[in-house]
Design a protein around this ligand. Structure first.
Ligand code: ZN
Length: 156
């Protein structure tokens, strides 16, 4: 092997060695990475987030909410990112209490789900609060059993 080839191999193992730490279960290699290296979440991990949210919105039980927030946080931590944008919403790592939160990108100005028209304030409404971001006006993020995620600014 020529000198050039050997140095090329070294360069590759150096580059890929730092990008793909070996011997790590998910997460264990994270701390060894330089801070500026960012992975792009895999399709599989993005599906885990979408599926967890869909499960909670369909079932609307506390255990699915916990699982959803846990799964979002686990994926964000795995890639060392604090947020990820989907087309209709974004997911964020919590700084304060809680694991993660979801932000809607579609603002509504009435009391109806833009997906299926359900009334937010009906007794048996299929709409659930996903997150509340406190501010001068609280930004309340809703998710509906139909899959729609949206938000509204509300008086305290
Ligand atoms: Zn709906």
């Amino acid at each position: 092997m020529s000198i050039e080839k050997i140095s090329l191999v070294c360069l590759f193992s150096f580059v890929f060695g730092s990008y793909f730490p070996v011997g790590g279960q998910s997460g264990s290699g994270r701390n060894q990475l330089p801070a500026q290296v960012r992975y792009f979440p895999s399709q599989e991990d993005l599906m885990i987030i979408k599926h967890s949210i869909r499960c909670f919105l369909k079932n609307q039980k506390g255990i699915y909410r916990d699982k959803m927030l846990f799964n979002i946080r686990r994926v964000l931590d795995k890639y060392g990112i604090s947020k990820y944008n989907f087309a209709a919403f974004s997911v964020h790592r919590s700084v304060g209490p809680g694991l993660s939160f979801i932000q809607g990108r579609h603002e509504i100005s009435d009391r109806f789900c833009p997906g299926c028209g359900s009334d937010l304030y009906m007794v048996d409404s299929p709409v659930r609060i996903l997150s509340i971001l406190e501010g001068i006006h609280d930004k309340v993020i809703y998710g509906c059993a139909c899959g729609e995620i949206f938000f509204q600014f509300e008086e305290k």
